[in-house]
Design a protein around this ligand. Sequence first.
Ligand SMILES: [Zn+2]
Ligand SMILES: [Zn+2]
Length: 216
Amino acid sequence: MIDLHTHSIFSDGELIPAELAQRAFAAGYKVLAITDHVDHSNIDFVLPRIIKVCSKITEARKIKVFPGVEITHVAPAQIAALADEARKLGAKIVVVHGETIVEPVPAGTNLAALQSSIDILAHPGLLTAEEARLAADRGISLEITTRRGHSFSNGHVAQMARKFKAGLVLNNDAHSSADFVNPERANSIARGAGLTDDEISDMFKNSLRMIKKLQV
Ligand SMILES: [Zn+2]
Ligand SMILES: [Zn+2]
């Protein structure tokens, strides 16, 4: 089990990174990315701390934890530069908080994110054909989420990914220990989004592929 999108107390999560990782491990997870919400105010504060603790946790335990960020509610025109800054500061996984239908995320966020150097567009809501095509062309994964609210548009995201051959990843967007779903629940949510068994298997392989790329 892999979750490439989680939050600690360095943004709005409930747990410090060490406990978040331990809770994930106890729930059966082998790999995690801690991707706290960032904007221009906190990226240089959050990332060095997450990087430091991720290397300590990975060194000491049976779970690998990668440092990342989730660029959140940043003006679309400023996303690309902030994504580059995240890379420079050492983020291994760069996520953008996409245009979920349950929040007033600035219009144009999905498109700007997909034109930036990022890994995952999280909860992209009512993703357009142009955006899905761009995700496929640029190798940016689209997220199927187990998180309440954001998951309302999973079916649409799955359909667009299929149509334009974009990669998918399944994430919990965990903010607390209760958010780590078990494999059965992950599978049910993916099937509920309309994905076939083969597509679900491809989605899990895609997360694995992202992790392997990081370890080289
Ligand atoms: Zn988000
Ligand atoms: Zn998130």
